[in-house]
Design a protein around this ligand. Sequence first.
Ligand SMILES: CC(C)(COP(=O)(O)OP(=O)(O)OC[C@H]1O[C@@H](n2cnc3c(N)ncnc32)[C@H](O)[C@@H]1OP(=O)(O)O)[C@@H](O)C(=O)NCCC(=O)NCCS
Length: 322
Amino acid sequence: MRRAVVKGVGHYLPERVVPNAEFEKSLDTSDEWIKSRSGIERRHFAAEGETTSDLATKAAKAALAMAGIDGKDIDAIVLATSTADLTFPSAATMVQHAIGNTSGYAFDVQAVCAGFVYAMSNANALIVSGQADRVLVIGAETFSRIMDWTDRSTCVLFGDGAGALILEAEDGTGKTADRGVLSTDLNSDGRYRDLLYVDGGVSTQNTGMLRMEGKEIFRHAVEKLAQTADAALEKIGLGADDVDWVVPHQANIRIIQATAKKLGVGMDRVVVTVQDHGNTSAASIPLALSVGVANGQVKQGDLIVTEAIGGGLAWGAVVIRW
Ligand SMILES: CC(C)(COP(=O)(O)OP(=O)(O)OC[C@H]1O[C@@H](n2cnc3c(N)ncnc32)[C@H](O)[C@@H]1OP(=O)(O)O)[C@@H](O)C(=O)NCCC(=O)NCCS
């Protein structure tokens, strides 16, 4: 059985680091409120003129370097983003050009904060079905471009960044001891559109800004994240005790803690980066995976569960043997 095995991971964060205290100058907020309600201490913001595909390209090059693979040898690029440089072409084709690839195919996936698990599921399907041998999967965002800087309940929560993985086809036994993507679980429900959305777009003739019902999102997040992670594990006959690391979407430390508790996984088995990155939407999981590998938490052979939820609502989980 063909498996999509992780061969490299990398990330990039814009140079500018913005600590919570910076918001105290322009908003009725405090470092203490932001830290205690979200766990966020700082985030990175892209420089003027720095775009999502710029961040994505740097993360992609880091992942390619770790894998020892040349950009020209990638078959497909799947880039998860809600903040692409242009309406079209896709940010993925911009990355394709930047890494010197002309023989593969590239496209964006838009599932907001769940974008990375959707991209991983699609990349896995391309490999398992034989449509690609080597896939570059990226999550990259510049959410600083869609913030309402007068809305203290949203603008303090988000950040910019990118993370990337290289998946390569390998023969496995079909058992859960195999390395690679072992299971995926995707969900969406458009009834919840108004809980988290951007109030503009191409068809409505303005870029728009992010709007969110924070409390409602919180409630849905804990319930749906635990449910999707359980579902992904159950599909392959595994449970919480088999998990080495949960690598969750990094939106809010209280959501991460409540979900881990619901799953029955201790916080000593959860990779947490929200304090340093804020919510980077589709970039948050690959960023956390890259940081987790770099700091020695995530090691080859570990069973990893990633889970995410975002606008749509769209949510899902991916189980990977690293
Ligand atoms: C946004 C969030 C941090 C707010 O935390 P909360 O504990 O629910 O706080 P509330 O929304 O009840 O707000 C409490 C008070 O703090 C205020 N407040 C909101 N943002 C504030 C800020 N940055 N600084 C100070 N006060 C703030 C509110 O105005 C409210 O004041 P009020 O009681 O006078 O109306 C929380 O709801 C959350 O994280 N939700 C999920 C968001 C998320 O992760 N979204 C992305 C999913 S992909």
